[in-house]
Design a protein around this ligand. Structure first.
Ligand code: NDP
Length: 474
């Protein structure tokens, strides 16, 4: 066999990933259920590298050297299971099956255990960067065994984005660690985009900037600490004019944001792990709210959609920048907390500094401040929270007055800012000396005898609320 690696699933992502691999000089066997996609790839881009076209999975398996590394890049869920079921009987012990789709980490664990019983290696590999990233250099989060990475590593490191010469690809941990990190990446992406959207809403409706003027503000922000792929893209999208109507493009797009599920998975996982990822959760709910046309129409009819006249004190535009930055720090801190918690729960030993390193390029959330996150975790791998790392603590301290002004102004004007506001509440919640959780625990003891602990000594107690209100040790 000629090929050193194989790939099945040649829709937008798989086709570009295959071209990227071929361009890096690897001989790649390619297959797609509908062969027309494979034929189209070879016809249009066959000259870019050494492709071995295959019409069936049998041909694909026969075309690649052992131990075989076979990348599966098909529709997540049933598509992945269907391909794996067909592939497994064709493979030999020691072969490596790589799922490069957006799988739920629990599915990856299940598939890994099943393939292990057949003597196969299963790798859940998160790929971020969309269509263009897949071709030009994505960020790649690899899970699975060391043995699998020995074979797969050189290929993925050669096709990944590079920042300062370092590939944005790494073996982040065994088992489902790669897909877990990719899932949280997407969750952070939800929070990041929602923060940008809220900031635009405020710039437009409080500061009175039309989309083209707001575009200029985002372009300027992209020159500073906020420099990131999403801020840069925001400037581009806001400056775009709809050819049909001549209106700002953002005004002709229906205001209902869809989701494929990775944000929801991140929140579900965070609830199970007990990690308060308020930014990701609020962002996921904000998308959900945007799609509820019927309830939105009923509320508009009942309450009107008027906006109170905003009172703008000081430099609102700069306040929004500072609020966006601080809230973004919170969202990333929460996401990294979840990665650390997931890693502990499953014994994956994921290095947060390595995650920050591979997110610096190629992926959707690539941003200048990931360098600072990498430095913070490199300096202290057991960091309690990113928020208190010196660099980020300074960001939050310097932004705090602006952040509060923005949240107040948004609430006064009636402009929803769930992530800007929710992350401020999270921050204040963390630093508060005493939380009203004391009252909640007292209520729980009252209606359900759930007991409580006291501030002045050890022990667990219950009060006889219905009787003489005496306290007994539980
Ligand atoms: P799609 O998710 O649209 O999946 C289409 C591909 O899956 C086609 O090759 C299709 O084959 C194949 N397929 C579906 N069901 C089956 C089946 N039962 N048996 C065999 N093949 C099947 O493609 P994308 O390229 O958008 O995404 C691929 C993966 O990458 C997904 O898991 C996605 O979540 C993930 N991803 C996507 C990103 C993006 O920006 N689009 C970014 C990062 C990850 P056929 O041509 O025969 O229909």
């Amino acid at each position: 066999p000629r090929a050193t690696i194989a790939l099945t699933g040649l829709a937008v992502m798989g086709r570009n990933l295959a071209r990227n691999i071929a361009r890096q000089g690897h001989t790649i066997a390619v297959h797609n259920r509908t062969t027309a996609r494979k034929d189209a790839l070879l016809e249009e881009f066959g000259h870019e590298g050494d492709f071995v076209g295959c019409d069936s999975l049998e041909e694909l398996v026969a075309a690649v050297q052992r131990p075989r590394t076979i990348i599966v890049m098909v529709k997540a869920g049933e598509g992945t299971d269907a391909v794996i079921d067909e592939l497994v009987p064709l493979l030999d012990e020691g072969d490596i099956v790589v799922d490069a789709g957006n799988a739920h980490p629990d599915h990856t664990r299940r598939r890994q255990q099943a393939l292990e019983e057949d003597g196969l290696h299963f790798v859940g590999m998160g790929v971020s960067g969309g269509e263009e990233g897949a071709l030009e250099g994505p960020s790649i989060m690899v899970g699975g065994s060391e043995h699998a990475y020995t074979n797969l590593g050189p290929v993925v490191e050669s096709i990944a984005a590079r920042v300062d010469g370092t590939p944005c690809a790494a073996h982040v941990g065994p088992d489902a660690a790669g897909h877990f990190v990719k899932m949280v990446h997407n969750g952070i992406e939800y929070a990041d985009m929602q923060l940008i959207a809220e900031s635009f809403d405020l710039l437009r409706h409080l500061a009175g900037l039309e989309p083209d003027a707001a575009a200029a503000v985002f372009a300027e922000w992209n020159q500073g600490d906020l420099e990131s792929f999403l801020i840069e893209m925001t400037a581009d999208v806001l400056a775009h004019t709809d050819a049909q109507t001549g209106r700002p493009f953002v005004d002709v797009v229906a205001d209902a944001a869809e989701q494929k599920g990775t944000g929801r998975w991140t929140v579900q996982s965070a609830l199970d792990l007990g990690v308060p990822v308020t930014g990701i959760a609020e962002a996921t709910f904000a998308r959900s709210l945007s799609g509820h046309e019927v309830i939105r129409a009923a509320a508009r009819e009942a309450f009107g959609s008027d906006q109170a006249a905003g009172e703008v004190d000081g430099d609102l535009v700069d306040d929004v920048r500072a609020a966006l930055y601080a809230a973004k720090v919170v969202a990333y801190a929460q996401g990294f907390d979840q990665i650390v918690a997931g890693s502990r729960e499953h014994g994956w030993d994921v290095d947060p500094a390595a995650v920050a390193t591979i997110w610096r390029g190629g992926c959707i959330i690539r941003a200048r401040f990931l360098d600072r996150i990498q430095e913070a975790y490199a300096a202290d791998p057991d960091l309690t929270t990113l928020l208190t790392a010196p660099f980020f603590a300074d960001v939050v301290r310097e932004s705090l007055d602006s952040w509060r002004r923005v949240v107040v102004a948004a609430a006064r004007a009636g402009i929803p800012a769930p992530v800007l506001g929710g992350s401020l509440a999270y921050f204040d919640g963390l630093r508060r000396e005493r939380l009203p959780a004391a009252l909640i625990q007292a209520l729980r003891d009252n209606f359900g005898a759930h007991t409580y602990q006291r501030v002045d000594g050890p022990g667990t107690f219950h009060t006889d609320w219905a009787g003489d209100r005496s306290q007994s040790e539980a």
